[in-house]
Design a protein around this ligand. Sequence first.
Ligand code: SAH
Ligand code: SF4
Length: 363
Amino acid sequence: MADIKEILTKSELSRTDIVSLLEARDEDKTLLFEKAAEVKQKAVGNIVFFRGLIEFSNICSKNCYYCGIRSSNPGFGRYNLADDEIVEAARFAHLNQYASLVLQSGELMSNVFTNRVARLLEKIHNATNNELRITLSCGEQTRQTYQTWRNAGAHRYLLRIEASNKKLYEMLHPNDSNHSYEKRLECLYLLKETGYQTGTGVMIGLPFQTTGDLADDLLFMKNFAIDMVGMGPYIEHADTPLYKYKNRLLPLEERFQLALKMIAVLRLLLPKINIASATALQAIDKLGREKALKTGANVIMPNITPGSYRNNYLLYQNKPCTDDSADDCKNCLEVRVALANNTIGYGQWGDSAYFTEKKQHTG
Ligand code: SAH
Ligand code: SF4
């Protein structure tokens, strides 16, 4: 049996150490969580930053096997929010001192889409006095598109590697040129080169995934020197091809605990990055995101998509808060964050401290 106490005193964690931490149970798991909380407090403080999440379109050209809005799924309405609706949601975030936004959508690659997002960025900045930091999460694009969006005022980008093990990645995606592991990796490098605060992440508890794979995911993030991470449990969706493996999955509560351990170990590996407490955690446990604040996460993304559209952005089933208005979410979050002994960094951009530090070193 691995000595978790001893592992937690090390300054460098090996792959074997990480696997042991991910498999920790009972008191060992508590020790890991306590250590992660301590490292978080020292490195970034007990402040949680809000990013207002706007899921502005569920139209997607891809067919990822796990995702409820994949292009082959006909069973629900596709939508594309009007610019005015998006700008209105951005104003709500600005008025409520969220200071940052995430614009997320299905993946489309076209000049029309590129120009549309660029125009949106400009409209939002104009409407909010240039006081918001904007994160995009619109999938794989060309260098030119990433550059256009960067020039139009996007500061951060989230593109999950989903699974850093190429074989596993290929089991999760169709085998065609539209879904290549190499392209995904290349995009992450492009984002870094274009000057974005770059974020990635994985799904936790996927069929065929081992704790070794998850340890490799964490090492991938460390070796890539990633600035931000958003990762959460995989939650099966009945209308997707991956659903056929549902009997191979860990019970939801175990997937949830594994996700908390992933966040905790990541905080040990990269103390100064931003780690988002994924919405999928809340789909399993009502207080899931707040629990993650106690094990190392420091970012929450309240959903501010206009209510009537939320039911159609079902990446997975049991997605929380789909019936709430943006205000409901804000109030319930405030109480829960306080319960987790964190304070909300209202009005602060909350850039990745790791990104800022790297920039200072490279001049
Ligand atoms: N189209 C963009 C952004 C929207 S999808 C993209 O793919 O990058 C955002 C994230 O939702 C994906 O990266 C994936 O990790 C997550 N997701 C999709 N289906 C999921 C599921 N069934 N369970 C948990 N997370 C899921
Ligand atoms: Fe589209 Fe993203 Fe879902 Fe894949 S994960 S199908 S790219 S929305």
